[in-house]
Design a protein around this ligand. Sequence first.
Ligand SMILES: NC(=O)c1ccc[n+]([C@@H]2O[C@H](COP(=O)([O-])OP(=O)(O)OC[C@H]3O[C@@H](n4cnc5c(N)ncnc54)[C@H](OP(=O)(O)O)[C@@H]3O)[C@@H](O)[C@H]2O)c1
Length: 359
Amino acid sequence: MTVSRRQFLGYAGAAVTVSQVAACDGVEKVAVEGIPSSPFNRDSTAEEVTEGIDLSGKLAVVSGCTSGIGFETMRVLAKRGAHVVGTSRSLEKARAACSKVDGQATPAKLELSDFESVVACAETVRSLSMPIDMLVCNAGYRGGGNQRQLINGVEKHFVVNHLGHFVLVNRLLDRLFLSEQGRIVVVASRAAYRGAPSVGIDFDDLGMSRAYSDSAAYGQSKLANVLFSLRLAELLRGTGITSNSLHPGVINTDIDRNLNPVTRFGFGLLTRIAGKTIPQGAATNCYVATSPALDAVSGHYFEDCNAITIAEPSHMHDMAMAAKLMQISEELTADYLLEQEPQDWSEVENVSPPNKEDS
Ligand SMILES: NC(=O)c1ccc[n+]([C@@H]2O[C@H](COP(=O)([O-])OP(=O)(O)OC[C@H]3O[C@@H](n4cnc5c(N)ncnc54)[C@H](OP(=O)(O)O)[C@@H]3O)[C@@H](O)[C@H]2O)c1
């Protein structure tokens, strides 16, 4: 990825590591030491954070490209020159979204709750025969009405938001490895620490039969997003592939489509008053996917284009829970996983950096 002089100066000016503490939404957030702080903030837009970055010749995959921040992410990555594969549960909708983009966008069908569909989507991407530079796991589901739904005995948010992306990443991992610097960007949410059950991920009750609410289920799935990304980063250390997760902000998108009309009205009002616009909401997606400052940054969680940790107790950095999540996810999706090269993810640990020119 190339960078303009203006952007270089911006990064250079901001590359001092500061240990700042922010508490905008009542939660103490601490900047991560050793990660360059970015010149961008909650008001920055996806176009601003990618200005001057040339993505020509790069391939990006963006799940959930038909609305909200997924569409904006696809649009801006394509505008910067990337070839973007944009997914939707409906090929027609994906086609329509891709046709609105100024640049190269290829539609693909993806239903994350159906692992056959995930495998087929990965095959569509693989048929392009290109390394993957950016895999943005953006698609998301949030239920309404507190009606628990199960898919093969597992609660739906966990399946759609986590397991579906888990299979997608597995099926595309070797293509990320072939990139000069492949990036996995997992779009999580601050619900990972605000909404998840107090135990974190309740592995003994993934059907959530004991206590169900939409917000706990959504929060648990978003905690799974964060921990999956964290564990991936550890397993992929030394491969050149990075993995990071993020909260995009609170944005008035269709994520509230299943809420009852009154709650939906309230969410719409709140996001209009105190939330981000969609261009602002897609900024952290695009920043983490493209910033030259993050070439070697992996295993972190971002808000407003900066890596942060949560000061108060949470499961966001629970490595044991992350390892258990990986093991359980493998068991639940075993029939759909590829034996990736290196063969076993546990063996990827500590491999020496590959000579990409040999690939
Ligand atoms: N908006 C916010 O305030 C907010 C806050 C924190 C985190 N997030 C996260 O940001 C991401 C994007 O959300 P958004 O706000 O842009 O919401 P959105 O407008 O509802 O977009 C969601 C996208 O996900 C796709 N999708 C939904 N269910 C799917 C499934 N079962 N399989 C495959 N794709 C599916 C949808 O595509 P089709 O309907 O075309 O299939 C759509 O393109 C989500 O992961 C969300 O959790 C959003």
